[in-house]
Design a protein around this ligand. Structure first.
Ligand SMILES: [Zn+2]
Length: 561
């Protein structure tokens, strides 16, 4: 028995966790009782199908992640709180402490002292470095679409800044071949004869990977559709020669993504000339337009706002009722000059290492993706996730003693389209995958910290639950939930599938305090996701620091074991 095992628990349960427990008990959603202590909440998420035209020659036995075809993958994100575990947290904590410091050179007291400094650092409001850096980089170079010059300039800026300003950190890049999709000029006009100009210019964004329209654009009537089943029922007789508009309310990203991802391919089966997809965002952002990747089809695809989708639908219904000559059927002209170039250029992942003090070859990987869409500046998606990892490493690098294992920050390239940054990293390091002790990704917005969803064996999950419940205190971020591999992070998925324990680092919704898995948890994030409003103002400097300290705490605990 180590003397530290008798050390009193420094903090009680984090307030957030106890509030969640109380609230859930009150709502009778999950009762804290012997009978259902293993009960979990299991919302279902749908994710975009990766593009099919990317082929990958991986090692024998390795299934390329891009080899799927057909329907959208149905991934279950188990945002689970094993409520019953709360009753045995004390026991786990002490069990955890026994396992925490197997090294003869590092005592538990050393680890706890280091972690305590990280937590205190997170509560120190004078540190706004991560936010200032993110603001400066996005002000200087703008968004970071994969393959863009701005991406490379931003990557150089991070490497330069880390090497010049952050003692003990070493920054460099590793090559990644990327595709290029350029939207070029695009426009959408709705013909409304009663308006003085006879038409209205609608806000629109072509969907990533879309083909262009024919020269001069495509002009046709618009048929509102609300499901793929309805599309099939309407069939060729109604759809052929027209433009399909998917007008489906945002009921969560997972439930709504399929129209953006598969809409064009489904509609072209029935002879549609193009598709318009109502933007994937909560109702309150009714006038904004959000882009995102789509499966490349033979017809073009564009996103329009909720307000314009409803406008077109009202026109359609009035025209069908036929009560006035003013009530014409909705007709639009869509012009898109998008171009796709495969294997366009060599770009890079950005990597920042803090060398481990005892086992430098073993790696705890912290990550976010560095590429963004070509709208806004990508401050939230996923600049904040990438800089969160960087700031966590910087906080750890300032401690007197580096953890036993190496902390590696990876800012992935090409997440938004083909995840080639993740594949390039895997290829380059495939003989060292077993040296990766743990991998974490943040790509759901960085607000106040909630904790980790883990795809790891139960022993590790239980151990981290013990730490989470007792170490994080007012800082927050100590929650742990079990998950499946697919839900931890798009870029680390390939590592997880090759045996690396993985975690997704998640935040609390700053609007309503909802935790992952609770109603409307994702709404705040999706107000700004892939939109022009993804600016630095979405990110709060103090929330970013607190999350970085929380992530740093997890990283240190894992890397120092
Ligand atoms: Zn993202």
């Amino acid at each position: 028995m180590m003397p530290d095992e008798k050390k009193p628990i420094p903090w009680g349960l984090p307030p957030l966790r106890s509030e969640i427990l109380k609230e859930r008990e009150a709502r009778d959603v999950v009762k804290v009782s012997e009978e259902n202590q293993n009960e979990t909440l299991q919302p279902v998420y749908y994710y975009p199908e990766p593009m099919e035209h990317y082929t990958h020659d991986g090692p024998k036995g390795y299934t390329p992640l891009d080899s799927h075809s057909g329907g959208t993958r149905n991934r279950t994100r188990v945002a689970a709180l094993s409520i019953g575990t709360a009753m045995v947290l004390g026991t786990l904590f002490y069990v955890g402490m026994v396992c925490l410091c197997p090294s003869h050179e590092v005592s538990c007291a050393d680890t706890i002292a280091a972690v305590d400094k990280l937590i205190q650092g997170g509560l120190n409001s004078s540190n706004t470095v991560a936010w200032e850096r993110l603001a400066e980089m996005t002000d200087l170079y703008g968004n970071r679409m994969t393959s863009s010059k701005a991406y490379d300039l931003s990557a150089d800026w991070v490497v330069r800044t880390a090497n010049e300003q952050d003692s003990n950190l070493t920054a460099y890049t590793e090559p990644v071949w990327v595709n290029q999709w350029n939207r070029n000029s695009e426009s959408l006009h709705l013909f409304v004869p009663t308006r003085p100009q006879g038409k209205v210019e609608l806000k629109m964004l072509g969907l990533g990977n879309s083909v262009a329209t024919p020269n001069g654009g495509v002009e046709a009537n618009v048929i509102p559709v609300h499901s793929f089943e309805e599309l099939a029922q309407l069939g060729n007789s109604t759809i052929a020669g027209n433009i399909v508009m998917f007008n489906f309310p945002f009921t969560g990203y997972g439930h709504t993504t399929m129209f953006r991802v598969r809409g064009a391919r489904e509609a072209e089966k029935y002879g549609a000339l193009a598709v318009l997809v109502r933007t994937l965002s909560p109702d309150s952002s009714f006038d904004s337009v959000h882009t995102g990747s789509s499966q490349r089809a033979g017809i073009p695809a564009a996103s329009i706002s909720l307000a314009d989708a409803n406008y077109i639908e009202r026109m359609y219904k009035r025209a069908k009722a036929g009560k006035s000559a003013d009530h014409v059927a909705p007709r639009v002209r869509l012009v898109m000059n998008a171009q796709l170039h495969e294997n366009f250029k060599q770009s890079a992942n950005v990597i920042i290492d803090l060398k481990g003090s005892e086992r430098p070859e073993e790696i705890v990987l912290l990550s976010g993706h560095f590429d963004s869409w070509d709208v806004g500046v990508g401050a939230m998606d996923d600049g904040a996730g990438a800089f969160l990892a960087w700031e966590a490493a910087r906080m750890i690098a300032k401690l007197e003693r580096a953890p036993r294992r190496t902390i590696r920050v990876v800012m992935w390239n090409n997440e938004e389209t083909l995840q080639r940054g993740a594949h390039a990293y895997f290829e380059k390091h495939k003989n060292e995958i077993s040296n990766h002790t743990f991998a974490i990704e943040s790509d759901s917005g960085v607000f106040d910290p909630w904790g980790l969803v883990l795809a790891a064996d139960q022993t590790l999950v239980d151990k981290l639950k013990g730490y989470g419940a007792h170490l994080f205190g007012d800082l927050g971020g100590g929650n742990i939930a079990s998950s499946d591999v697919d839900s931890t992070g798009e870029d680390i998925e390939i590592l997880c599938k090759h045996g690396v324990p993985c975690g997704g680092f998640l935040s609390i919704n700053p609007e309503n305090g909802a935790a992952p898995g609770e109603p409307n948890w994702e709404n705040h994030y999706f107000r700004f996701h892939h939109a022009n409003s993804d600016r630095i103002e979405v990110i709060d400097k103090h929330q970013l620091r607190r999350s970085a300290a929380s992530l740093a705490t997890w990283a240190y605990l894992i890397a120092d074991q």
